[in-house]
Design a protein around this ligand. Structure first.
Ligand code: ASP
Length: 579
């Protein structure tokens, strides 16, 4: 070994020892006849000292070294005169007696420090240097920890990790497939898995009973900050279970991860059904770190001559507690916020409750104190509260109010990243109507089972069918979801036909699964958690990219290796994809 210790290891108790360290030159400085180098490795930084009087040849070499040179040094641990409490090795330094240059380095294109001068693109191009920075390395260490404890928990629960193939045919999760040409079967293509969904179900038919896999999935979607074309899931499936068993098992996993990774005991995860989530928060992944639930003012605010409310399908209010001191300017900004095209509200009505209980609204012309008092009572508004109101058609107003609620929650400091609130959202609708094509789509995926009591609705009112499907939401972020599956061939066939597949199409694409259901398929269900998202949540960041060693940019490019890239005509010909 080219070292006896790491650069994060030496303490006062090591003073007097002769040690060998290896690492990268982080920083060097010399003050006259004494020089210092900060030597860095994965474990930390150790200060090295060079004394011209004591060892001139070594001192002379040290002066010539640049940043990021790779060095091995030998020397004696001594107590520092000026200690540095900010680093773990800050009490000591190593007085160097021998130095070996293992490799030189060009000057890096940005500083390898916590606060770097490198922009995003540059750091991605030189990601291997970016990964030398402690902040980035810490994120990957956290990722490692999350995967280690995930495996530990699932292993303890008798889950077995099974790898499923990457070259498959389409598994619909609602995104576009990445496809790969088959050289040996010219004119035919593989799809990369959007998830191992069908394979894990087949493993249940095989009797594996409890499966998991920390697995790469691929979805060709337009990218956002929290999306990557290839991402990792903790993918799980269980046999002989009902929804409740799955929720309990994976609530256990989440609690275990919070405990082991963050040192936090989180309480039991509350549950809310989809209809309530939509009614009270206007979205299926509510951030329940704060209340501010929707209050419907239809009964108390209609019929007073205010046309906008009178003609609206619904009127929704939230109570921003203690926010009556919002200035006119702040309220104008909130109005601008909801009127942005992405949100699309026409305007924002407000009503302040003064510290004497008096009510002052932006529609005083139509509502006297008594009428406004009805709003205040409905919203449980007290002195100094601020009521914000939007109106319009039900779906849009809910969406808009969801955005407004989140914004106001943020402004009032109610969405702290280190305050974690988890929630199960259950009973999702099985189907949603695609307005454009006027066709039903599976809200989750086509293998999700309807609630048994709703199966009859398949013939009569498909939009009303609820699914045995659930999502785990933490701090308003969807961490994952799953469902109890269909395990009966006829029901699966019926589902495909509802989704507009002909029998032939269903057989051609999913015959393998429906056939398997004829050989003793057990009842089963499962879920998948977004592993990258979970890591970024634990790391208190919104971008999953920070927790992936070699991520893609928002054009889906890896700018370091420069992929995707063109291929030669020869290669195209060989693959049979020459146009
Ligand atoms: N395959 C699903 C997904 O990727 C998860 C599941 O249903 O288990 O979202």
């Amino acid at each position: 070994m080219l070292r006896t210790h790491t650069c994060g290891e030496l303490r006062l108790s090591d003073v007097g020892k002769e040690v060998t360290l290896s690492g990268w030159l982080q920083k060097s400085r010399d003050i006259g006849t004494i020089g210092f180098i900060d030597l860095r490795d994965r474990y930390g930084i150790t200060q090295l000292s060079f004394d011209e009087g004591r060892n001139k040849p070594v001192f002379d070499i040290a002066r010539t070294l640049g940043r990021e040179y790779v060095l091995t040094i030998t020397g004696t641990v001594i107590e520092r005169t000026a200690k540095n409490p900010k680093i773990t090795t800050g009490d000591i330094e190593v007085q160097v007696s021998n130095i070996e240059i293992l490799n030189e380095s060009k000057t890096p294109p940005f500083t390898i420090e916590e606060e770097t001068d490198g922009g995003d693109e540059l750091r991605m191009k030189f990601r291997y240097l970016d990964l030398r920075r402690e902040v980035v390395r810490k994120n990957l260490e956290l990722r490692h920890k999350v995967s280690k404890y995930t495996r530990q928990y699932l292993d303890n629960q008798n889950f077995i990790e099974v790898e499923t193939p990457v070259l498959i045919k389409s598994t619909p999760e609602g995104a576009r497939d990445f496809i790969v040409p088959s050289r040996l079967n010219e004119g035919e293509w593989y799809a990369l898995p959007q998830s191992p969904q069908t394979f894990k179900q087949l493993l249940m038919v095989s009797g594996f009973d409890r499966y998991y896999q920390i697995v790469k999935c691929f979805r060709d979607e337009d990218l956002r900050a929290d999306r990557q074309p290839e991402f990792t899931q903790i993918d799980c499936e269980m046999s002989f279970v009902e929804q409740e068993d799955i929720l309990n098992t994976f609530e256990g996993l989440i609690k275990y991860l919070f405990k082991e990774v963050k040192g936090l005991d989180i309480p039991n995860v509350p549950r809310m059904n989809y209809d309530d989530a939509m009614r009270l928060y206007g979205c299926d992944k509510p951030d329940i770190r704060f209340d501010m639930q929707f209050v419907y003012l239809d009964e108390v605010a209609k019929g007073k001559g205010f046309g906008i409310f009178d003609t609206a399908e619904t009127i929704i209010a939230i109570n921003a507690k203690g926010a009556a001191n919002y200035t006119r300017k702040q309220l104008d900004e909130l109005t601008e916020f909801v009127k942005r095209p992405q949100i699309g509200a026409k305007g924002l009505i407000y009503c302040r409750v003064g510290d004497d209980g008096s009510l002052k609204s932006s529609v005083d012309k139509f509502y006297d104190q008594e009428a406004l008092q009805l709003w205040a009572t409905a919203c449980k508004a007290d002195k100094n509260d601020l009521i914000l109101v939007l109106s319009g058609d039900l779906n849009s107003t809910r969406k808009q109010m969801n955005e407004l609620r989140l914004e106001v929650g943020k402004q009032l400091g109610l969405r702290q990243p280190d305050n974690y609130k988890a929630l199960w959202v259950t009973d999702f609708p099985l189907l949603e109507l695609d307005e454009e094509s006027n066709r039903w789509h599976a809200m989750h995926h086509p293998f999700t089972s309807p609630k048994p009591e709703d199966i009859a609705l398949m013939q009569t009112d498909p939009g009303k069918i609820r699914a045995n499907a659930y999502d785990l939401v933490i701090n308003g972020v969807e961490i994952g979801g799953g469902s109890i599956r269909i395990h009966n061939r006829d029901l699966q066939k019926q589902m495909f036909s509802l989704l507009g597949f002909t029998d032939e199409q269903a057989q051609a694409q999913f015959g393998f699964l429906m056939n398997a259901f004829e050989y003793g398929a057990p009842p089963h269900g499962g879920l998948a958690f977004g592993f990258d998202r979970l890591c970024s949540l634990f790391g208190g960041s919104e971008t999953i990219r920070d927790f992936i060693a070699f991520p893609k940019n928002n054009m889906g490019r890896d700018v370091m290796i420069d992929a995707p890239s063109v291929i030669s005509d020869e290669q195209k010909k060989e693959l049979g994809v020459q146009s």
